[in-house]
Design a protein around this ligand. Structure first.
Ligand SMILES: [Zn+2]
Length: 572
């Protein structure tokens, strides 16, 4: 490809409305352009990378025994009414009428359509297992689309659906998809973790999110430094702490703590550490209950764990009035001694003695507080958030904390849709059986954006080779110099002959501008053809990642570069 014949509009200025790195760089490097909020054009360079991700996904899905098909983006309401989602789904589902006043929606996901296909076309267990997928444009009418391809309204997804006769079959399908996903993200050249996800009412470990690790990720995840365990921070199980029976040595004593409310303020005032405090959170649930939750002073409550324990939808910190009514003191001074509320505590509190709590009185705390002797706890449970350095629940390793961007999700669906749409087959005894389903998504554009979030520097993108739009950029330093022009043209032709994907920067621009664009575009190898090097029969090769520079003999340059790329593809 010749730059002068290509549509590759790079921007020097950072676009004002782009909040995250991938969005900024995709605009600046001429990969995408906005059409409307959350809706983008993929320009030629962006489309090249997008197609590469798609191709890797396609090859691995096919290898795992899935079959590609294509369903429509426009879906009739009837199917969504049958599953009940026409009513349940919020305004993210873009509903509209055609000219005959019939209801339709733009599919944000295709469980209904695929189940409809299977219930009509699959009648016997002999046609199973079956796994069907598509790579299709989806639409979700996000209220606040932002971050470019990271959270658009229109987006390209690979979605796969597996159908099996029973749970064992569905588990095997899930495992095949899990392994395929690992290969996909490895082949894309990304650093990722497969994280156990919350399955809501389905339960078990039948849901994993694939997270690309990046500082800008919206999800905090933990992973073990020595085994495969990884989970969302909200979900991360914690190993039960060693339960040494605590031995009280101090008596209960009230101390004045004027205007000291936070754990840090109280600890500093009493000249001790936050670990010596037990904080008492007054919490309200969606069921209207007010209760107290105890945590070690330096810990944070994990709402999701508490909700699971209480079997409620949400919890929130009680407001000032409720705290005053429940404890007799303004917030900041709550404590378990004499408290007339149900008290739950994190397991860690069970091992503490002689700690400090609020005294349910303005400007006062208790020291020397002890469990059992001074107050009772109804139940101890794992209620705190994981932190770096916590023990792994599965092995002797330690947990690390990362930030991640969700790019894929595998989910064992069960029979939710097959029951609703009556998708059944006859088993070998001639009995009707409801199909057991799984669904498996990958955000194609999101994968691309997350690759940039993970791989960039101050100057621009640093593409992983497998999904780079081009492998090599040949920079023709001065196209008006006949010798330079001829050498660059020849190298370009030779690289094409070697099957290398190459972009030739043949623009009549200053070298500085060309190098700036080269860094911005992030093509893995840059070859500079200039008059000075040619005098010595050489061209300069520079790696975008790491910046290593090597001089290559002009006559052998194409061959050398092709060999490097072959070896990178094998070892990458
Ligand atoms: Zn571990």
């Amino acid at each position: 490809m010749r730059y002068t014949e290509y549509l590759l509009p790079t921007l020097k200025e950072t676009p004002a409305d782009a909040e995250v790195v991938s969005h900024r760089l995709m605009l600046r490097a001429g990969l995408i352009r906005k059409v409307a909020a959350g809706i983008y054009n993929y320009l030629p360079l962006g489309l090249r990378s997008l197609r590469k991700v798609e191709q890797i996904v396609r090859e691995e899905m096919n290898r795992a025994g899935a079959h590609e098909l294509l369903m429509p983006m426009v879906v009739p309401a009837e199917l969504w009414q049958e599953s009940g989602r026409w009513q349940q789904y919020g305004r993210e589902l873009l509903r509209f009428k055609d000219r005959k006043e019939a209801d339709f929606c733009l599919g944000p996901t295709h469980e209904e359509v695929i189940t409809d296909i299977v219930r009509h076309e699959v009648r016997s267990y002999r046609q199973l297992p079956l796994n069907l997928y598509q790579i299709q444009t989806k639409f979700r009418d996000e209220i606040r689309p932002r971050f470019g391809l990271m959270r658009g309204r229109e987006f390209i997804m690979k979605d796969a659906y597996s159908f099996d006769l029973d749970d064992a079959g569905a588990d095997a399908a899930y495992e095949r998809m899990y392994q395929a996903y690992r290969r996909i993200f490895q082949r894309c050249g990304l650093n990722f973790r497969a994280v156990e996800a919350d399955t809501g009412n389905i339960g078990g470990s039948s849901s994993h999110e694939f997270m690309v690790l990046a500082e800008s990720g919206e999800d905090a995840i933990v992973s073990c430094d020595s085994c495969e365990y990884a989970a969302n921070v909200e979900k991360a199980e914690l190993r039960a702490p060693a339960t040494d029976e605590p031995t009280p040595t101090e008596g209960l004593k009230k101390v004045l703590t004027p205007a000291r409310k936070s754990v840090e303020e109280v600890a500093a005032f009493l000249n001790t550490s936050p670990q010596k405090l037990v904080k008492t959170l007054i919490v309200q649930t969606d069921k209207g209950e007010t209760l107290a939750v105890l945590l070690r002073g330096d810990r944070e409550l994990n709402d999701i764990k508490l909700c699971r324990l209480l079997d409620c939808a949400w919890v929130e910190m009680a407001g000032e009035e409720v705290v005053l009514k429940a404890t007799g003191a303004p917030s900041g001074f709550a404590g378990p001694v004499g408290l007339k509320l149900r008290i739950l505590a994190d397991r860690e509190v069970q091992g503490l003695a002689d700690f400090i709590t609020g005294a349910n009185e303005k400007d006062a705390h208790f020291t020397g507080v002890n469990l059992g002797r001074d107050f009772a706890v109804e139940a101890f449970a794992d209620l705190r958030k994981a932190v770096a350095g916590d023990a792994c629940p599965r092995c002797e390793g330690r947990l690390q904390i990362w930030r991640g961007i969700e790019v894929g999700h595998v989910f064992k669906l069960g029979t939710k849709y097959s029951e609703a749409l009556n998708a059944v087959v006859l088993d070998d005894q001639g009995r009707e059986r409801v199909l057991v389903m799984g669904c498996y998504g990958i955000g194609i554009g999101r994968t691309l954006a997350s690759a940039i979030e993970q791989n960039h520097d101050a100057d621009g993108i640093i593409w992983p080779l497998p999904i780079a739009p081009f492998e090599v950029l040949v920079v023709m330093l001065n196209p008006n110099d006949a010798e330079v022009k001829a050498a660059a043209e020849q190298l370009y032709a030779e690289l094409l002959g070697e099957g290398v994907e190459v972009l030739l920067d043949d623009r009549d621009e200053r070298p500085g501008a060309k190098f700036k664009d080269a860094d911005l575009l992030g093509i893995p190898l840059r070859v500079t053809v200039g008059a000075r090097g040619l005098k010595d029969g050489q061209v300069e090769l520079k790696e975008r990642a790491g910046g290593a520079v090597a001089m290559l003999a002009t006559v052998k340059a194409a061959e050398d570069i092709a060999a490097r790329l072959r070896s990178a593809r094998v070892h990458g």
